[in-house]
Ligand binder design. Sequence first.
Ligand code: G4P
Length: 526
Amino acid sequence: MATLIDEINRRRTFAIISHPDAGKTTLTEKLLLFGGAIHVAGAVKSNKIKKTATSDWMEIEKQRGISVATSVMGFNYGDYKINILDTPGHQDFAEDTYRTLTAVDSVIIVVDVAKGVEQQTRKLMEVCRMRNTPVIIFVNKLDREGRDPFEILDELEAELKISVRPLSWPINIGAKFKGVYNIYENSLDLFTPSKTQVTERVEIESVDDPRIDEAVGEKDAAKLREDLELIEGVYPEFDEKEYLAGKVAPVFFGSALNTFGVKELLDCFVKIAPAPRAVMAEEREVNPQEEPFSGFVFKIHANMDPNHRSCIAFVKVCSGKFERNANYKHVRSGKMMRFAAPTAFMAQKKSIVDEAYPGDIVGIPDTGNFKIGDTLSSGENLHYKGLPSFSPEMFKYIENTDPMKSKQLEKGIQQLMDEGVAQLFTNQFNGRKIIGTVGQLQFEVIQYRLLHEYGATVRWEPISLYKACWIESDDADALEAFKKRKHQFMAIDRDGRDVFLADSNYVLQMAQNDFPKIRFHFTSEF
Ligand code: G4P
């Protein structure tokens, strides 16, 4: 019988992240294909909300539905149990992605060979860096004209601020693309464009093997040898420990659409990527091997059906074995709870599970008990540290347009904020509520969901704000003086903490100069 430790060691829980259109969905699908979780290409629907969909409500609803189904994709690959956590492609939902990154043990970043590192990738990498998450990079679309691979490597290092180490190397790119040399395994894979077929492998002894010349021609073989020599000269040997510490990122090249280079990536990934590791709670470090169960909620997904106002809370198991119908403590409320219908996500299907292990994600049907970041445990008072809320980038006053529905509105706003859709601030001067988001689309989603799920109608009113920052001071008088001077711009967040609403960068800088005893924070955890 497999022990808890065996179960932990065979788990690989990760997310694929990229700038929209780099090929995240395509790569995910190909990984599922290898895992036997799907049998035909095209079975995974992209959950990205296309740019044109900003005002297409049905589209958003459809997309939300799809993203429930594809939130977690679990499958077995050889002896390994793989859990891919999906992240929204649209940048307006970046907060969702940040939170998902708190639940993964490693990350694969997809980069388009022609476009290189794009804005969204840079931001997501920052979050990985904050958490020392191990990262593997897949340079995609080698079948298209793109940039020189050495140039791409330099750009990855400079832009993502991480050392890189190629573990495979392309032979030409674009129309002349012939294949990749697998440095990790010393093998050669020849490129045959195909959406479903797997690579043709040439057995070789070493890089000097004449079979390489036969396969790709003398000229390209010579160039390959030259490139590999340069790589060995420039980049230190691949060191697994450095990768696990988040200090160096192995790089693979391929074409997700053509299923090329994907198996190599997957085979190396399962070998080197970390199994679930110890997690820091506020109280102490928790090891996955510990017998008592513990886990935390990293995502809450509202039900698609407005008649059933229930949600699914996604719990990442951090230690011990999770069991159906066992009694667990919801640490924030102190209540004991039992879950009769927890679900797991295997091969794109959601089904009730009896047990789950560290690294697994369990979906728990919820009627509003959970908040993002909540900890569940076998009894111990543990608080897992989540990711802080970042200061939002866009702000609007939210106004009720139907006084008969103010109760529903209250409830709706509360629930959506628990789900982490946006942040709420209450202006202390005029009592008005301000919603802060990272993207325009969230305002539209909130308005739509308030109407369809809570029957509340709202209107947005503009407010010109640069940043909301959390303030504190060791000097109570200084804090009072600041609040008095800035009383029109003071708000509180949902936890009752003081927030200063700066309407411009200049005003913020002046405030920082004039009030040296006040500390200004741009994330909610300090
Ligand atoms: P995303 O989830 O990162 O946003 O990207 P997605 O996989 O949806 O891929 C974006 C586009 O790039 C898709 O084309 C996809 O077919 C294409 N693509 C992905 N991998 C490769 C590759 O290796 N080579 C080439 N040439 N193209 C690739 P689309 O036209 O936007 O969508 P679709 O209609 O083909 O699905």
